[in-house]
Design a protein around this ligand. Sequence first.
Ligand code: HEM
Length: 158
Amino acid sequence: MRGKLRALGATTVFSVMGSIDLWIKVLHIVAVISWMAGMLYLPRLFVYHADAERKSPISEQFKIMERRLLKGIVNPAMIAVWITGPLLAWREDYFLSPWLVAKLALVLLLTGLHGFFSAQVRAFAEDRNAHSSRFYRFINEAPTVIMILAVFLVVMKP
Ligand code: HEM
């Protein structure tokens, strides 16, 4: 009985360890969480930064936080999503599925937003931000809406 249980445990461990697709999915979900964490936090920083006096100590602190978040988390996470997502789609043969086409359109939108946020980090760093905190409060909602739609599409596969 104990021997059978041990064999069953070993089979389970090997079947999980052996599935490359599941490992890619693990990486994909971790990359998605990291990307989204940054895409939700960056515009929040912009909201407070836009109200801070230019060249003040708090403004200089925001510059450091924004640059580190962008370079250390948001950029690498986006690259990881763009590697693992299409890899999953190719390995699981999803490329012609309508839900994936719709999801790709949303991810392109999110990538465009990422480019915009990246330009804002540069603008703040050079003290030439032209937008109000109200604008950033508004744009802050966009990644949330895109994320909800993307997760709905991948889980429901309508
Ligand atoms: C280049 C862009 C992307 C592509 C091509 C892509 C493609 C895929 C594919 C093919 C799967 C596996 C689906 C399955 O096996 O049922 C998957 C899983 C998943 N994706 Fe993406 N994805 C991308 C970006 C994103 C983004 C931006 C999000 C969220 C904001 C996201 C959220 C998820 C989640 C939560 C899962 C796990 C779903 C599950 O296992 O049921 N993906 N993705």
